[in-house]
Design a protein around this ligand. Structure first.
Ligand code: NAD
Length: 361
């Protein structure tokens, strides 16, 4: 049954397809005159090919984008932005490069074109995480939402198979939590279910055939839908837990999401039956948490927090942190429940169905 809901559309222009990067000069022209190209040091070559397509609209390059958007990197990029006189940025890369573009937009109002090359989904969200002196803070503001996103399937072919798998599961996690979000709505739930369906069908193909264009197209389309979910509704246990684990033990972002997702879904299953039914339909599996675990296992990526380098003592530490600042979740957050979840994820064991009767009070 459709419940009372609020739906707020986020303004953004999307070009999707193969070879769409060739439209970049025209897309920049809609927003400004000259663009600063942003990349990581690993994607300098792709940035230069993009610069050639921009022609006279190219103002310069900044190639030091870094994971978790350190403020000192943003300050160096600000100097380059001012020196080149750019009134637009084109961020080509994953969530790290998109984050830098957003950080510049927040400080200067510069217009953004984003060309995503991973499945992280940051390009569809008004959210920016930044780190300063080792502390990560997150803000939500329409000022950081990119104006234009160019999805070019061809640029994702070079994403290594295992990174494709973990980045894809990271994206699916946005959709999974959107399905049981407190502020969920039927439009975003449609996107979430189709995003899970598209990614879960594509990822097992991509780990063996990274050049399969049909699977690449499905994965990028799914990542777009999942990014929309992250931008539109609030996240819960899974995202909070991954944030805690990443921050406390310096664990890699997408891999942590990949390990935790089946366990977070098992924890919430009994409290979110409609969401579980949608996940099952999307995966073609009889049980949501088990289906996600089987998918992750089939991808050949790490299944345990131990493999990611978390110390065993982290189980107790993270369980303590998880109950420190209460937040909304379909099933109440209890220390024992989170401890069990983490112990299971630490060992990489199959998620256990949660026992919820004792929590009715
Ligand atoms: P990333 O951007 O750090 O990229 C990982 C590495 O892969 C980089 O070296 C990058 O240059 C390289 N790479 C990217 N695409 C490639 C391609 N097609 N071919 C070859 N190499 C490629 O990783 P990510 O997972 O996309 O982003 C993670 C960051 O994004 C984290 O800081 C996370 O917090 C942030 N994030 C933010 C949001 C948001 O809404 N604000 C959403 C999701 C993620």
């Amino acid at each position: 049954m459709i419940e009372t809901f609020t739906y707020e559309a986020l303004p953004s222009r999307v070009r999707f397809g193969r070879g769409t990067i060739s439209d970049v000069a025209a897309e920049v022209e809609r927003l400004g005159r000259r663009a600063l190209v942003l990349t990581t040091p690993q994607q300098v070559g792709a940035g230069q090919r993009l610069g050639a397509l921009l022609g006279p609209a190219l103002a310069g390059y900044f190639t030091e984008a870094t994971m978790h958007t350190p403020v000192e990197v943003t300050e160096r990029a600000l100097v380059t932005l001012r020196e080149t006189g750019a009134d637009c940025v084109v961020a080509l890369g994953g969530g790290s490069t998109t984050g830098l573009g957003k950080a510049l937009a927040l400080r200067t109002g510069v217009a953004q074109v984003v060309i995503p090359t991973t499945y992280a989904g940051s390009e569809m969200t008004p959210i920016l995480g930044q780190t300063e002196a080792g502390r990560k803070t997150t803000i939500r503001s329409l000022d950081v939402l990119p104006e234009t996103v160019i999805y070019d399937v061809d640029l994702t072919v070079s994403l290594p198979p295992l990174l494709s798998a973990t980045s894809g599961i990271n994206a699916m996690a946005h959709a999974v939590e959107a399905l049981y979000a407190r502020d969920r709505n039927p439009i975003i739930s449609l996107m979430a279910e189709d995003g899970i369906r598209a990614l879960s069908s594509a990822l097992p193909i991509l780990v063996h055939e990274p050049g399969n264009l049909e699977a690449r197209t499905n994965a990028l389309y799914g990542a777009w839908l999942c990014g929309c979910c992250l931008g539109a509704v609030g996240m819960a246990l899974h995202h909070k837990l991954c944030h805690t684990l990443g921050g406390s033990f310096d664990l890699p972002h997408a891999e942590t999401h990949t390990v935790i997702l089946p366990h977070a879904v098992a924890y919430n299953a009994a409290a979110a039956p409609e969401a579980m039914a949608a996940i099952c339909r999307a995966l073609g599996a009889p049980d949501a948490a088990q289906g996600l675990f089987d998918l992750v296992r089939a991808l050949g990526v790490p299944l345990s927090l131990a493999e990611l380098g978390m110390p065993e003592s982290g189980i107790e530490t993270a369980a303590d942190i998880a109950v420190e600042n209460p937040y909304w979740n379909p099933r109440p957050i209890t220390r024992d429940g989170i401890r069990d979840l983490l112990a299971n994820a630490y060992a990489g064991e199959r998620p256990r169905a949660a026992i919820v009767e004792d929590e009715a009070a």
